[in-house]
Ligand binder design. Structure first.
Ligand code: ARG
Length: 534
């Protein structure tokens, strides 16, 4: 389920501004208020036309008819209301013709001349000029957000790819975006890690990072120790308390572990060309007591089985905000983070990307925030929060994507494989064409990276966000069909056609005007101008 960004009212924009739909809506807004001045609250309901009879349609007639039926004798049917809407449309270069179908659907066919003019402007002035106009100016996109020292898995890859895409779309639409990496850097796992480090390497400060070595292996070893030895477990739990109490030895070890983890994450982000700003869970720790105090004063927090919880109407289980052992948890951190984003960062739209399994958590956090009066009751008003959930990545066996030894796939290795496979394919093709000698090793690498990483991203994005999808290198690196490889190939071909034409494209843009003569050109044109709207 996709939640649309808040849109400004069409009539608050100037002529010629906004998406095609917004521009047409503006015309119908005028028509509606001219034809039905008593029904001033009616907003134009404009949509892309699903039938051949129009490009867009206005669907207000039926609703309006049932509103005015008793009040006036002037209109005998919804169709008559539709006719009145058409009669009152202000003159405009946008519209070629209109027709009223069945129970009053007003179909609009756009003028070819105007379409061509629009595309010409996209070409000359740049597509940025046609970015959608949103009513939010500042947003937080909380994405990627792996957990320190634990594996960064394909779920985090999906979050990274989809989150980056949403952030880019908002940035394109002139929204200031805070790209937040809400890394899990404050969990109970640190007690175990630090205690294990101190136990195995009492002098770890002298050895430094080498003591830890591979962080994932280190995590596994300490987890084994934690599960096997109750006295170690106890010490590990104490270590969390000492860390959270701010003891310097513990904080130093914590910092070092975070640093190693961060470096690994950054390598992945760099390869994917994704930019993020880290504000991990630990950052919000300071704010939790005050936020919980506020929620308690508002009467939302109560005692339940030794824990402190918030009951949400319609939910069986409450949201736990202070655990039995008095510790804070994922939910208390998310409440504090939400408070911070709303009040300190003043974000108007906060978007969270995690797999669909966390939907309930976010719903409860959002409900609590609504109860506290932090968020408006109406979902369409700002500030607004959205959880963007996504499906799992599956292996060819239909189960969660794992390596053969049933371990979580390391993202760095996954990207390596995508690159290696596309490099091998590239090499083979160049060899077949007798062109391998023309390429340097660096060029081969760069091309293999561009194709390989793009293939991974595109395969993720082309799938329905909500459903699970099966990860397959063969499919994503296929050069035929709906893949990044095919798109890159098509782009390269277009560049080659332009090159071989010997024409100066910038000159052509300025001197020639676009004419949509052929029916296919018109369809293409219509799709192009709907870019911002889509
Ligand atoms: N670290 C979490 C995980 O790996 C994701 C965090 C998402 N963001 C949030 N504000 N809770 O599942």
């Amino acid at each position: 389920v996709c939640s649309l960004p808040p849109q400004p009212q069409a009539d608050k924009m100037e002529d010629g501004m906004g998406t095609v739909k917004q521009q047409i809506s503006r015309l119908f807004k005028n028509s509606l208020s001219a034809a039905f001045p008593e029904e001033s609250s009616v907003e134009p309901a404009v949509a892309v036309c699903t039938q051949k009879s129009g490009d867009y349609q206005c669907n207000n007639a039926m609703g309006l008819f049932s509103k005015i039926k008793g009040k006036t004798k002037e209109f005998k049917s919804p169709n008559a209301v539709g006719q009145a809407i058409v009669r009152n449309l202000p003159p405009s270069e946008i519209i070629e013709s209109t027709s009223v179908a069945g129970p009053g659907f007003v179909n609009v066919i756009l003028s070819n001349k105007w379409l061509a003019k629009y595309i010409q402007s996209m070409l000359l002035d740049g597509i940025e000029k046609w970015a959608p106009v949103l009513s939010v100016t500042k947003a937080v996109v909380d994405f990627s957000s792996p957990n320190i020292a634990k594996e960064m898995h394909v779920g985090h890859l999906r979050s990274t790819i989809i989150g980056d895409t949403l952030a880019r779309m908002l940035e394109f639409s002139n929204v200031e975006v805070l790209r937040r990496n809400h890394v899990g850097d404050w969990g109970t796992q640190f007690g175990m890690l630090i205690e294990y480090l101190f136990e195995k390497f009492p002098n770890w400060e002298d050895i430094g990072e080498q003591a830890i070595g591979d962080l994932q292996d280190f995590y596994k070893a300490s987890k084994r120790r934690f599960d096997e030895d109750p006295s170690f477990k106890e010490r590990a739990q104490l270590a969390v308390v000492r860390l959270q109490g701010g003891e310097s030895r513990y904080r130093d070890a914590w910092k070092k572990i975070c640093e190693i983890s961060r470096r690994e994450f950054d390598l992945v982000y760099e390869r994917l060309g994704v930019h993020l700003e880290e504000k991990g869970e630990s950052f919000y720790n300071l704010y939790i007591p005050k936020v919980l105090e506020e929620l308690t004063n508002k009467g939302l927090v109560e005692e339940s089985e030794g824990a402190r919880v918030i009951f949400i109407e319609g939910q069986q289980i409450p949201l736990i905000v202070v655990k039995k052992d008095k510790g804070f948890n994922y939910a208390s951190t998310d409440l504090a983070a939400l408070w911070y984003r709303l009040n300190v960062e003043e974000a108007k739209w906060i978007i969270y990307l995690t797999d669909a399994g966390q939907q309930m958590h976010f719903q409860m956090v959002f409900s609590a925030a609504r109860l506290a009066g932090w968020l408006p009751k109406d979902d369409n008003e700002t500030p607004k929060v959205t959880h963007v959930g996504f499906g799992l990545v599956l292996g060819s066996d239909g189960k969660r994507f794992r390596t053969r030894s049933s371990e979580v796939v390391r993202l760095a290795e996954l990207l390596d494989e995508a690159k290696d496979r596309s490099k091998a394919e590239l090499r083979k093709r160049l060899e077949d064409n007798g062109k391998l000698a023309d390429w340097t090793e660096v060029e081969l690498d760069q091309t293999a990276e561009a194709v390989g990483y793009a293939a991974v991203k595109y395969a993720d994005l082309k799938n329905n966000r909500g459903t699970n999808y099966t990860f397959s290198f063969e499919q994503m690196l296929n050069d035929k069909g709906n893949t990044a490889v095919y798109l890159l190939y098509a782009h390269a071909r277009i560049c080659s056609i332009i090159r071989k034409s010997g024409k100066d494209i910038e000159e052509l843009k300025k001197t020639k005007s676009i004419v949509l003569g052929h029916a296919d050109e018109r369809i293409l044109g219509l799709n192009l101008i709907q870019f911002a709207e889509v």
